[in-house]
Design a protein around this ligand. Sequence first.
Ligand code: MLT
Length: 400
Amino acid sequence: MAKINENYLELEDSYLFSTIAKKVAEYQKNNPDKKIIKLGIGDVTKPIVPAVIQAMHKAVDEMGTSEGFRGYGPEQGYEFLRKAIVENEYKDLGIELDEIFVSDGAKCDCGNIVEIFGEDNKIAITDPVYPVYVDTNIMSGKKKNIVYLPVLEKNNFVPELPTEKVDIIYLCFPNNPTGMAISKQNLKKFVDYAIENKSIILYDAAYEAFITEENIPHSIYEIEGAKEVAIEFKSYSKTAGFTGLRCGYVVIPKSVKGYTKSGDLVEMNKLWNRRTTTKFNGTAYVIQRAAEAVYSEEGRKQIKANIKDYLENAKIIKEGLIEAGFTVYGGINSPYVWLKTPNNMTSWEFFDELLEKANVVGTPGSGFGVFGEGFLRLTAFGTKENSIEAINRIKQLKIN
Ligand code: MLT
């Protein structure tokens, strides 16, 4: 008799974005003439930039020649891409490190990282939060080990340090879902906490490319001491529109160490490398060449222009909502705008109202955790026309 992993029974029936997609599909089916504007899931809409497309064409052609053909690649990623990441993402910030593992995106890395940690860790997760951190800990039987760090409006959406001793801390900045950033000073408090408590910070920097303000860290390794205590996740999905191409990477400095039960220190890098070589055969060569092209002169320029457009959408959405009387956060260092629901509506009530009356899809804040209740997230990854149109429709509701 095959037994299931009963931890799965502890999860919500379906993943947040699947639930929303189902609801929207049902509404569309019953209302086929309605033009729905989707500002829910943070999926990009702009085509892949020409520099990246050219790199992929070239790589595809290479694969068709006997000299250029490649079979299994290095599990950790090709040297050309790992080197490009070191040079462009880290050296430029004055950070020296080279422990990069290329993957098929930050979602898998953030989810799979639980495998190299033991059963007994106390895990701090901010709330509201990207659901992957919570779900994957529940899947691996750690529901009881989670303590939530409330992310509150009164604290400008910066979590406070854990009040009890924790071993692992998940942080994501600029934040999904609130769209808010963290200052270097505030992030340093977490790094100092981790050093003092021998904890490890899992830092999701997937939205780093959207930072526009000074004094906001682009990488946790900008903070002194972080190289001893932090693992960083990055992704090309939002930065370079790779949601469909799939490529990201995780940085695990060799100086980040965990403990055995008997108190011996072990490099987390070694464990992740062991896991990776057993479970992963590397990201496709063509996709890694695509990611490398993100750092070419042309690639950089083209991608910067796309990000600028998305941030312009965020501004349109934010300012339009403020004009309509909403209380709004985020959207300055992030493609996400986080708004308070009007008239004390719950997040899901407001979601339904927007879907049915304005035909606009958002993401209910409570889907990201209990402290997200009373908020809704809108993404700036739509087209400019749709962003303007969505705000006009919301304004017409006159619900404030
Ligand atoms: C989101 O909408 O929160 C993201 O698109 C989810 C993801 O990156 O997996």
